[in-house]
Ligand binder design. Structure first.
Ligand code: B12
Length: 212
């Protein structure tokens, strides 16, 4: 669909928000699925990230692209959510300490909620203590951590070690994701699962909570 390609291009070119919102509306009107919009936005952000890494884009472009992406996610969230499904299980999620990226985490949340899970969002820059107290207070089935910056992913290990220290490790499944982490890293730090995408997150939580 041409609107999806236009959307990716508009994110890369940091086009004005109003024009991008029009493209998203057109795409939805023409039957685009919310996940296709998410994919088109993600492709654009990936390219912006590459250009930043190569020194062709600066923090300003990262900021514009990130803020536009957040606005688009807010636009499509109501389409993603379906309230008819009964609550299936509880997930606590946050982006680890030192990391302020929230777009991917919020997509994971929207997908989990639309699949019927109760999600407690701790936000970004979440400390080990905050993750731990949320696990103690809310007793979730799954603790999910997101990390995009390579320099902060060791925070995930700290959380898992603290769960072990407090005798809580067997009470909760731990899932990690975000572009700074990998399947190998998840194994190394003793997480129960790793997901590349928000769809993986839903698949893992369903498997753990419902045995599916
Ligand atoms: C937008 C953006 C920003 C925005 C963030 C806005 C926001 N509200 O989030 C702003 C401008 C604030 C920003 C700041 C910085 N950023 Co930045 N940013 C990006 C960018 C371009 C896109 C990130 C994004 O939203 N992607 C789209 C989402 C949908 O993808 P995602 O987060 O990966 O999530 C998906 C999956 O990973 C997965 N997932 C995510 N979380 C979880 C969790 C679980 C449990 C599971 C299962 C799955 C899962 O599901 C999601 C959907 O499928 C990336 C480049 C990139 N390609 O990722 C750089 C990038 C992440 N940023 C980078 C950097 C360096 C920075 C800064 C340090 C820049 C600076 N000099 O200040 C700061 C750090 C600030 C901080 N302390 O956090 C680097 C990181 C490099 C590294 N190896 O560590 C990147 C990779 C750019 C680059 N190529 O250099 N950034």
């Amino acid at each position: 669909m041409k609107e999806l390609a236009q959307l990716t291009k508009a994110i890369i070119e940091c086009t004005e928000l109003k024009k991008i919102q029009d493209i998203v509306r057109d795409a939805l009107d023409r039957g685009a699925k919310p996940m296709e919009i998410v994919d088109a936005v993600t492709k654009g952000l990936d390219r912006v990230g590459d250009l930043y890494e190569r020194g062709e884009y600066f923090l300003m472009e990262l900021t514009i692209a990130g803020s536009t992406a957040s606005d688009i996610m807010a636009m499509i969230k109501p389409v993603l959510e379906s309230s008819a499904i009964p609550v299936r299980g509880k997930v606590v999620i946050g982006t680890v300490l030192g990391d302020f990226h929230n777009i991917g985490k919020d997509i994971v949340i929207a997908m989990l909620e639309s699949a019927g899970f109760d999600v407690i969002n701790l936000g970004v820059d979440v400390s080990t203590e905050r993750f731990l107290s949320a696990v103690k207070e809310t007793k979730p089935h799954v603790l999910a951590m997101s990390g995009l910056l390579t320099i902060v992913v060791d925070e995930m290990k700290k959380v898992i070690d603290a769960l072990k220290r407090d005798g809580l490790r067997d009470a909760v499944k731990v899932m990690i994701g975000g572009r700074a982490v990998s399947y190998k890293f998840a194994n190394e730090i003793g997480a129960d699962g790793f997901g590349v995408t928000a769809v993986d997150a839903v698949r893992l939580v369903k498997k753990w909570v419902e045995g599916k």
